[in-house]
Design a binder for this molecule. Structure first.
Ligand SMILES: *Cc1c(COP(=O)(O)O)cnc(C)c1O
Ligand code: SF4
Length: 387
């Protein structure tokens, strides 16, 4: 192993790197005031086979699948569609939001609830699995729907957002459980709550004395950057305790100018930004693409936090890689890339929680000496001293 050739410098394929942000074609005549209005973007999402066919290749099989209407909800904002290469089913952005007939292939190891969350529902919207932190699922709605969504069983199910009595019960659970230090507001996408509701929720949460910080998981800055207006940034402001925002971003092409401007507004507003990326086949299962994505996130002031292995949700095999691929990609990045650009790679067990995976660098562990491999694949020894 020590004679393995060093990984060549990573280089992004020029073809993939061509940004396609444009409003050509279908949206050429939309007034800027409409295009920049997040409500207009939400109202004009592409949902049906005919709407999608204006920008994407819809094969007869896919049309039949869409028309049957029994898959996971479909919606793409015009903004995100405008970043997708038109009529190219291999576009890494298209693959994330356009259904594929592969969704009909369900393996017996795939699950509707791959993380085993449902047994941990302790109060309305609360998933309490780890000792000191809880998930608070506030809405089932997203700006657009990712085909590999871990919560596809529940997201877009029409349950919509938590009602005020349910929210009271969720907050009461957090308030009476002093071991909780960190609340992760998710969904669905919490940035689709009304600004007023979000502001009030953060006011109430940040007053709970045993909480040390609050975080939100969102994909709105990517799918709907127009939503990040001054009022929303104000609602997300740090209070007694900080507010972190983890942005789900899978490919550097998602970080178009309006997205980077939205992220800058958030960072300027005092909100700490983290990144979450899902490893997806044909999207980012390439070391150069991942490296450029993590650098692009850092340049947008977003610190990569997690690289999630794609969960075995039903009908997602065409988007998943093997775990070996994930480990090989991590090995291609670690040491070759700034440590700031290396997130933790995790698998999430059905009920057992997240497991960080790191390629093995220790070859042998003796009482007095350990043998390791460095990032170039060279073998080194290191003193294992103990009294
Ligand atoms: C991922 C997750 C969290 C947060 O985990 P961290 O490792 O602290 O980011 C909390 N609760 C649940 C149920 C989760 O799935
Ligand atoms: S934004 Fe998140 S919750 Fe919404 S569909 Fe995508 S992965 Fe699921």
């Amino acid at each position: 192993m020590s004679d393995r050739a060093p990984t060549p410098a990573l280089q992004v394929n020029a073809d993939v790197a061509t940004a396609s942000a444009s409003r050509l074609g279908v949206w050429r005549d939309v007034a800027d005031a409409d295009w920049d209005d997040w409500r207009w973007q939400l109202r004009h999402r592409l949902r049906t086979a005919d709407e999608l066919a204006r920008h994407f290749t819809i094969t007869p099989e896919l049309r039949a699948f869409l028309n049957a209407g029994n898959g996971f909800e479909v919606a793409v904002t015009p903004f995100f569609a405008s970043l997708c290469r038109p009529f190219d089913p291999t576009c890494p952005l298209t693959r994330q939001v356009l259904p594929d007939v592969g969704e009909l292939n369900v393996h017996d190891f795939e699950r509707a609830d791959p993380l085993g969350e449902d047994p941990h529902r302790k109060a309305p919207g609360i998933v309490h699995k780890y000792p000191d932190r809880v998930l608070l699922l506030v809405t089932d709605t997203c700006a657009a729907y990712c085909r590999y969504c871990t919560r596809a069983r529940w997201v877009a199910s029409g349950t919509e957002s938590l009602g005020s009595a349910e929210l009271d019960a969720a907050l009461a659970y957090i308030a009476r459980t002093p071991t909780i230090r960190d609340v992760l507001i998710s969904g669905g996408d919490p940035l689709l709550l009304s600004t007023q509701k979000l502001d009030a929720l953060l006011d109430r949460l940040t007053q709970i004395p045993h909480l040390r910080f609050v975080r939100l998981g969102t994909r709105v800055p990517i799918f709907l950057p127009q939503r990040i207006d001054a009022e929303l940034v104000h609602a997300l402001r740090p209070r007694r305790i900080p507010v972190f925002l983890n942005v789900h971003c899978n490919h550097f092409l998602e970080l178009a100018d309006p997205v980077r401007q939205a992220l800058a507004r958030l960072a300027d507003g005092g909100i700490s930004l983290g990144g979450q990326t899902v490893l997806l086949r044909g999207v980012n299962d390439d070391a150069a693409v991942l490296q450029e994505t993590f650098y692009a996130l850092l340049s947008a002031r977003v610190r990569p936090y997690y690289l999630f292995h794609c969960d075995p949700i039903r009908g997602s095999a065409h988007l998943r890689t093997s775990v070996d691929t994930g480990l090989a990609l991590m090995r291609a990045l670690i040491g070759h890339t700034s440590g700031m650009a290396i997130p933790k790679y995790v698998i999430d067990l059905e009920g057992g929680g997240k497991i960080p995976l790191w390629p093995p660098y220790v070859e042998q562990l003796d009482r007095s000496l350990i043998t390791v491999q460095n990032y170039r694949g060279e073998r080194w020894t290191y003193v294992n001293h103990a009294d």
